[in-house]
Design a protein around this ligand. Structure first.
Ligand SMILES: Nc1ncnc2c1ncn2[C@@H]1O[C@H](COP(=O)(O)OP(=O)(O)O)[C@@H](O)[C@H]1O
Ligand SMILES: [Mg+2]
Length: 444
């Protein structure tokens, strides 16, 4: 079953000024905001997108680009000049005010930049305010608000007044109030913009955590592309009222739609945006453990690399094997790789941000193995890719970065060894066959 989208925005336009019909006509034929200035301000022009349930959808743009106007049309606080919005499947343009209030109460809460707390009420009463509006009984209000305050790190602060709290803590109350109301959708307009950088970062991390836990749909507005990219599953970039690009952080980073977006992208902290899964390459030096030392050595020779990833059934990563160790096995005629599979190389999850990977990369010369939750090998991140991200430069040369570490044993030495030991291998296989034959014949 396909979930109803949390929000559907169809050709939404907001024009502040005289003669909106005339303005719309001109906008439809491609007029810019500047050209319409004599009539008024086209704050939002033809916005068209869908927000999925459980998504963090970020709207990013400079001050004045139309973000607040857009978000205020999403919950019907502002009437659109043209186009429409559906909230959890229900179209809100032109519906009776009473019905609109019901939809808002059930589906949409808002967190504001300047917290908008009630100064003469306690922290707990502020957190419970949305529930009060919903008509929830007082004991239950208290209980639910206390639980949420705990959850945002304000356990024990319920009896304080807002003025006794720091800015960061006040915004936690704002967030708690929105969460306590338990609506499906949270609209957050520059909610963290007034906070100090460190507090702000903490709040961003906590918001992502809460979203994972509670599965809310969040529309988050910011003028900061770093924040947008850290938080957003998808990001809409606005300029002069229009959405100029809509995509994932990775898409916007790697393929900015125009110079305006490219300029933003230049200042982005790539390490905090890109994940191991975003930058990994397909490793070629991979062998199945059961293929044995000779196959592993051949693979390393052909790719001229000193190392292979060794996987078991279902491509589950067992470890890596190095050319010198495998060469020794082959020289001795050993048939199993097991003794030389080492697990001392870095393994990371696909969802980890590059900023979390540097430590692993420093500890080892080897490429980082990227695995899924079941330990299956998905790819590898070459160290050069990480270093490039650290320096905030793009490695996009059109060619994938080499995953393979350079060989430490000359090709002819390996070829000669494989040749020389081939007879040994055949002899061992014959011996095996005779043994198992004998075992089958001998009476139990
Ligand atoms: N009520 C209003 N009346 C007239 N113009 C407005 C009104 N609200 C916003 N604007 C104008 O619309 C444009 C977009 O504003 P806004 O949506 O607040 O942008 P942002 O939130 O991105 O800073 C600005 O030029 C602003 O001056
Ligand atoms: Mg704004």
């Amino acid at each position: 079953m396909i979930d109803t989208p949390a929000l559907e925005v169809h050709h939404l336009t907001k024009f502040f000024g005289r003669k909106p019909r005339e303005a719309l006509e001109q906008l439809r034929s491609g007029a810019t905001r500047d050209e319409l200035a004599p009539l008024g301000t086209a704050a939002v022009i033809d916005a068209d997108f869908t927000v999925r349930q459980g998504e963090i959808f970020v709207v990013m743009g400079l001050s004045g680009s139309g973000k607040s106007t857009l978000i205020r049309m999403l919950n019907g606080l502002l009437e659109a000049t043209d186009g429409g919005v559906t909230v959890m499947g229900e179209q809100i343009a032109g519906i009776p005010a009473k019905r609109l209030r019901q939809i808002r109460r059930r589906h949409v809460s808002m967190v504001f930049q300047h917290f908008a707390l009630l100064p003469h009420r306690t922290v707990l009463e502020n957190a419970a305010y949305g529930l009060e509006i919903q008509g929830v009984a007082s004991a239950e209000r208290r209980e639910r608000a206390e639980r949420i305050l705990d959850r945002v790190g304000l356990g024990g602060w319920g009896d304080k007044m807002p003025a006794e709290l720091s800015g960061g803590m006040q915004q936690r109350v704002g967030l708690a109030r929105a969460l306590a109301a338990d609506t499906d959708i949270l609209l957050m307009d520059e909610a963290f913009s007034a906070l100090d950088p460190l507090i702000r970062r903490e709040m961003q991390e906590q918001l992502v955590e809460l979203q994972h836990e509670l599965g809310k749909t969040i529309v988050f507005i910011t003028h900061d592309l770093n924040e947008a990219m850290y938080l957003g599953d998808r990001i809409a970039v606005m300029r002069d009222g229009r959405i100029v690009q809509l995509g994932t952080a990775e898409e916007i980073l790697t393929e900015p739609a125009d110079d305006y977006v490219a300029q933003f992208v230049r200042d982005v902290d790539r390490a905090r945006v890109l994940t191991a899964g975003n930058v990994m390459e397909a490793p070629r030096a991979v062998v199945v453990a059961s293929a044995g030392p000779r196959a592993a050595l051949r693979t390393m020779r052909d790719l001229q690399t000193s190392m292979v990833f060794v996987v078991g059934a279902g491509r589950r990563l067992l470890g890596v094997a190095h050319d010198r160790d495998v060469l020794r096995l082959v020289q001795r005629g050993e048939r199993s790789l097991d003794r030389v599979i080492s697990d001392d190389h870095p393994v990371v999850r696909a969802g980890e941000h590059l900023s979390e990977l540097f430590e692993s990369a420093v500890e080892s010369q080897l490429p980082l193995a990227v695995v899924d939750d079941d330990g299956r090998l998905l790819g590898a991140v070459p160290r050069v890719t990480l270093l490039a991200a650290l320096g905030n430069v793009s490695t996009d040369t059109g060619e994938p970065a080499a995953v393979e570490t350079p060989a430490t044993i000359p090709v002819d030495v390996i070829t000669e060894t494989l040749h020389r030991t081939a007879a040994m291998q055949v002899a061992a296989e014959v011996a095996d066959a005779v043994r198992s034959d004998a075992a089958e014949r001998s009476p139990a």
